[in-house]
Ligand binder design. Sequence first.
Ligand code: ATP
Length: 201
Amino acid sequence: MACRLRIGLTGGIGSGKTAASAWFRRQGIAVIDTDDIARQLVEPGQPALDEIVREFGAGILDAHGRLDRSALRRIVFRDAGRRRRLEQILHPRIRARAGQLADAAGTPYCVVVIPLLVETASPYDLDRVLVIDAPEELQIQRVMARNGMSREEVEAILASQAGREARLAAADDVVVNDGDLKRLHGQLEGLHRKYLALAEG
Ligand code: ATP
């Protein structure tokens, strides 16, 4: 049975996407993670990896024939045209795979985690968009604590992502994750009930 309602979950770095999707999983809801899909697509032997090598050269492979992510990141970081090329290779495949997984999911609704949903404006097949929102200062503190990154490093990533306003403009539902996990879970509980009701209707 395909899930009847597809919820796209997005949010900036450190907003709480992983914490929120873990909660949905614990409720037995199918969670489809596009970052996981992207990683699987570039495993050795996958057509997307062959295409990336044709486009960017064998220099983006490590000694074991696996994708050297930092080498690729260095190339596309400075060059918007090449970044677009990479997206053209990956995004249609990610969308197709996410669609297949949603079609195969046996839960009334499913959650598709798409960190850069607003930035890439990819035409995903979604019924609603849920934004996990947090004040920037909290995002910075959380990511510094989690990854041991400097404030400047986190700020640079924040600057490369869509701002809160652009993200909120795309939202059907918003969870403000500025309290403890209990508060986050309480808000998600309300949405869970709403999504179940919408999926029934
Ligand atoms: P990224 O985009 O970097 O993957 P994310 O949006 O998935 O981040 P999380 O990993 O869920 O964000 O949260 C960032 C960090 O903040 C984690 O260490 C997480 O445990 C912590 N965190 C998230 N929400 C809360 C909360 N409500 N209370 C306390 N800690 C939290």
